[in-house]
Design a binder for this molecule. Sequence first.
Ligand code: SDX
Length: 365
Amino acid sequence: MDLPKGLAGVVISETKISSTKDAKLTYSGYPIQELKDASFEEVVYLLWHQETPTVEQVQDLRKLLVSEMKLPDETIRLIKEVAKEPQHPMSILRTTVSLLGTTHNEDGLDQPPVILAKMLTAIAAIIRLRDNQKLMEVHEDWGVVENFMYLFTGQRPSPEYVKMFSTVMVLHADHEFNASTFTARVVASTQADYYSCLTAAVCALKGPLHGGANEQVFKMLAEIRETGIKPIDYIEKQIAAGKKIMGFGHRIYKHGDPRAKILRGIAEKMAQTTNNSVYFDLEEQIANYMFEKTKLYPNVDYYTAVIYHCLGLDSSTFTTMFAACRTTGWMAHIIEQQTDGTLIRPSSEYVGEMHHYTGPIKAQA
Ligand code: SDX
């Protein structure tokens, strides 16, 4: 039986949330190139309601999200407990999301804005606590992105940086049936609660073939910089050893990820203004050589490695940033799946041998 490996090309459901048809990314029908300048809150509204908001609706959503960004003391205490032992921030996040589902609300049926707000603050708290830094206070009169950046960096960002990071968050907000979203939808299809769906999504995002790639991209850049190896020699060596180059290739986009093109400009600008051009230049050399050698293009995780580094983040925390942005899309898909009400339960083709059971066999002496 000829089965599509990894469900490649298999359409498993209809959706009104986003599309990558013809390699063009759209959110509820709006091209990503037009939405990159919309505010994060507008895009959250669009993905959750599948229509653009009025000015009042954006303001209301912003106010609600910001007002819910404070974490309960009990949650902070638990994150501190979980983060006591050195472990990967995505592992801490996985446990934190699960804890939020048991401590923050009793029935696990919090509303999406509350969940998104708590996710952002929890991720910022994980980043600060793992470095023993004090937690920052939310400013009610600032926007969501400005607050989020303040919470994880400890400094009020400039309007230019808020704009650039807002675009990063918008570009990551959703991506139809990627691995973590599909995972969330499978759990949602059993009518499990939101936090269970989100915990599962975080687990799927962690892997280096999905969201975990951004951390690996920076590790590659740092290794090249530290060892002084020529980028071309590094790539040659990795490929000869049968290793994948992180941040390249995509299941859908075979001629370039539209998000990477926009993120490249942001990475270049941030690198210039933070004295990190050495990393951006390395990325340029690697991307040029990768195209020459493999015809593969950078994906969404390639340039964000430099962007997150420029924001002062440790590479181990990069994937938690992806989770912060993608929570919007996860929530939209969880709700769409639960509303649809169909259980996701595919079939498999057994290819082992058939036997007749005759009891335990004595081991040969
Ligand atoms: C994300 O799907 C989404 O929507 C995900 C995402 C989102 O928004 O949610 O876009 C975010 O997860 C981006 C991807 C991050 N992962 C990486 O950067 C890891 C490195 N990339 C790959 O492992 C790979 O390209 C994937 C996982 C992204 C896509 O895998 P596919 O579609 O299964 O393709 P494949 O691995 O079968 O590759 C096809 C060919 C192979 O060569 P052949 O066996 O045909 O000779 O291309 C080669 C691969 O070996 N190849 C690579 C490569 N990616 C593909 N070779 C070297 N380096 C790479 N990165």
